[in-house]
Write a protein that binds this ligand. Structure first.
Ligand code: ZN
Length: 338
């Protein structure tokens, strides 16, 4: 739903600020010449600045005498918006380039803490909706940077999420997919889908944030469920290769450590055999710490296992987009220094 001025067919109303309305203290410019009214919150801002930042509002303001058909409040034309007032505060901080942290909610006492993913996502969504290219790209850069890790820099999913430059929960990956769809930045999708595939029921059911349902589209849900299964199968194959106990060059079984190979293979495949595929869909994380008998291998076999484990994960990394039906473009697969 886009912005709405009062339709020309209806007479414009002269509104007054009543007790149900809440005037923004942060965005109430005495010299402002338009009113934004969103879910009972009132903003008084400059038409010129808003038009400079937003192609959509710029087109609106170019309509001759548009003010004449708009409702009036405090002697100014009103633009009704359907958006969350909190999210508009975040957007307007970027529109008006205020000194406050860009990504904090109005009135938050946590202005010095790192921004929340949901705040950045809200700015991207609103900026895309109102065609604010510069602002959208600025906020989006934070998310694309987060999604463009290389295999060499990847340690494990938990640490990666914890080290994000903004507060991020795994389920936020659902929103990441939606942002990638809105903005057309498909480079975010492989990692976003991978993270979604680690979720439980939320992957298919979504979740509610600030009264708004965050969920994958039906197509994306199918891609994610299907990708999760393919990833689990590929992960199983990778584990079989690690602990097969064969010399790759000769194809013969190693003469040493037969028992250790067999036991390691049993340990690593038991979650699959028990049907608990979720555990091993996290296939990009190091896998050797799952094996309890690594100390039973001789140094040569241990080194072989270590190399095969790394090679197996590198291959999964390179193939990640294909599991989710995506192309390889924009996916950082650089592993040359392995
Ligand atoms: Zn050995």
């Amino acid at each position: 739903m886009g912005p709405r001025t009062t339709p020309a067919t209806n007479p414009a109303n002269s509104l007054s600020i009543d007790t149900n309305m809440k005037c923004s203290t942060e965005f109430w410019d005495p010299n402002g010449n338009i009113i934004i009214l969103a879910r009972g919150s009132v903003f008084c801002i400059s038409e010129e600045r808003l038009g400079q930042q937003s192609m959509l509002f710029s087109r609106l303001f170019m309509i001759p005498r548009w003010q004449d058909v708009a409702d009036k409040l405090a002697d100014r034309p009103v633009i009704h918006l359907p958006d969350s007032p909190c999210e508009l505060h975040l957007l307007f901080r970027m529109v008006f380039d205020t000194s406050l942290s860009l990504m904090r909610h109005s009135g938050s006492s946590e202005s010095s803490s790192s921004p929340k993913f949901s705040d950045i996502a809200a700015v991207v969504r609103l900026a895309a909706k109102y065609e604010m290219t510069t602002i959208c790209n600025k906020a989006l850069a934070k998310l694309t940077s987060f999604c463009s890790v290389t295999f060499l820099d990847w340690e494990n999913l938990e640490d990666y999420v914890a080290q994000a430059s903004f507060g991020f929960e795994l389920r936020d990956a659902i929103t990441l997919v939606s942002i990638a769809r809105i903005t057309g930045v498909s480079a975010m999708l492989p990692l976003a889908f991978y993270m979604c595939s680690q979720l439980g029921d939320e992957m298919t059911d979504g979740f509610v944030r600030d009264g708004h349902k965050e969920e994958l589209s039906m197509d994306d849900r199918i891609m994610c469920v299907s990708g999760k299964e393919l990833l689990a199968k590929a992960s199983k194959v990778a584990h079989l290769r690690i602990f097969c106990g064969n010399d790759v060059k000769t194809g013969r079984l190693f003469s040493c450590c037969k028992q250790a190979h067999s036991e390691a293979l049993r340990q690593t495949l038991s979650p699959f055999n028990a049907g608990a595929q979720d555990e091993l869909t996290n296939a990009l994380d190091p896998q050797l710490d799952r094996i309890k008998n690594l100390h039973d291998f001789c140094p040569t076999c241990y080194e072989t296992i270590r190399e095969r484990e790394l090679e197996g994960r590198r291959k999964l990394w390179e193939e990640l987009p294909s599991f989710f039906g995506l192309g390889q473009e924009d996916w950082p697969t650089d592993c040359r220094n392995l």
